[in-house]
Design a protein around this ligand. Sequence first.
Ligand code: NAP
Length: 235
Amino acid sequence: MNKLAVITGGTKGIGKALVEKFASEGFDILTCSRKEADLESLKSTIYKLNKNVAVSTCVADLSAKSGRDALLKNYASLNRTADVLINNAGVFVLGQIHNEPEGVLENQIQTNLMSAYDISRGVVPGMIAKKKGTIFNICSTASIIPYVTGGSYCISKFALLGMTKVLREEMKEHNIRVTAVLPGATLTASWEGVDLPQERFMKPEDIANSIYGIYSLSDQTVVEELLLRPQLGDI
Ligand code: NAP
């Protein structure tokens, strides 16, 4: 039987590159997003890429507890344990702490932090029972650097890195590897409208290939943090 990768937010950007990479390596996939049409289109892309893998999708808004529950219900219905969980779904909202509208922080905490918290809590028990599994949380350079144009985003990503560090310690004795991935600027829909040359960004495929490489190391090795930046530096 194929291995199973659960990847949140798999229809665009880094998540889509991850789905394509793991599917091309023979993993069955469970993914989600808020748009059914995008999920259907992803399914046909993956079918063309590798007919020997199964792709399960779920329309779910992970900024809401109900959406997170819907994804976990879908996962439970597969009656399998994920070999890999990648908490990727996230949003970036431009803004500053001192003057952004109310709710900007709450929305990003729900989407960027609580989704990873709840989905991990749903998936980890099966991994513990198997004494095997790998979890990647897609943090950001905004997890270690204060960006004045994304204050609440930074808060959510600093918190996600903190959660990842704690989960890493909790999971040690259970033989489950936990990795924080900290990409800098990567060319995805998140950057729509920004007028900069493509060379200033990393490619989503580079993030996906790096993550797959880390996954492929022996069970004796965990990469606790992976920091990736555009060759020309931060934007
Ligand atoms: P993206 O291109 O905007 O794609 C985000 C994916 O997540 C899409 O599939 C999107 O689908 C889904 N998603 C967003 N909000 C969701 C929600 N509430 N519920 C369910 N699915 C949701 O983003 P990206 O740039 O690839 O970013 C992916 C991750 O990398 C994020 O955590 C981001 O913070 C992080 N990151 C990105 C960069 C960068 O420069 N791009 C740098 C550092 C870290 P729908 O919108 O259809 O729901």
